[in-house]
Write a protein that binds this ligand. Structure first.
Ligand SMILES: [Zn+2]
Length: 168
């Protein structure tokens, strides 16, 4: 699916939200914006450590806000922008929310593997295949700016910055 003209504009907003999170202890620099008919209906950043809630990924936070704003759990026609490729939970939450497009910046190969626990399956590829008639997936929008928010694939991540359960 080709990038829409407004994709970069909304991705810039998602990047700003991610940067906002970077200054908050307990938040992680992942930003999300949900747009329907040219209006932002929900947005947010990762709040896992803030709430604390292990499911408070940027996409889940934003989907909840969008549904509450609409007064409707059906987000058909909406596009979800995320600075980082959505994880399995968020990809499937997008399907349940009936989001029509997922657009992300950095993909799993553009960042350190600690960000993705699902080492054996690319969930976004899976949903793009399994739910092809319902949801479009586009990666790599403002890739360099989004990837700059995260540790790179070969970076040596300090112990206290590890977000995975790697053996110590
Ligand atoms: Zn997620």
């Amino acid at each position: 699916m080709a990038a829409a003209p407004d994709d970069e504009r909304y991705m810039r907003r998602a990047i700003a939200l991610a940067k906002d999170a970077a200054g908050k202890p307990g938040a992680a620099p992942i930003g999300c914006v949900i747009v329907l008919d040219g209006t932002v209906i929900g947005e947010g950043h990762n709040e896992v450590g803030l709430r604390p809630d292990p499911t408070a990924h940027a996409e889940i936070v934003s989907i909840g806000r969008a549904a509450r704003r609409l007064g409707d759990a059906d987000l058909r026609g909406a596009t979800l922008y995320s600075t980082l490729q959505p994880c399995g939970m968020c990809s499937l939450a997008s399907v349940w929310a009936k989001v029509s497009r997922i657009v992300y910046g950095a993909g799993r190969d553009d960042v350190h593997p600690m960000y993705f626990d699902e080492r054996h399956m690319d969930t976004v590829d899976f949903i793009a295949d399994a739910y092809a008639e319902r949801i479009g997936v586009q990666g790599g929008v403002l890739l360099a700016d989004c990837a700059a928010l995260y540790y790179g694939p070969d970076d040596d991540v300090p112990e206290d910055k590890r977000t995975d359960s790697a053996p110590t």
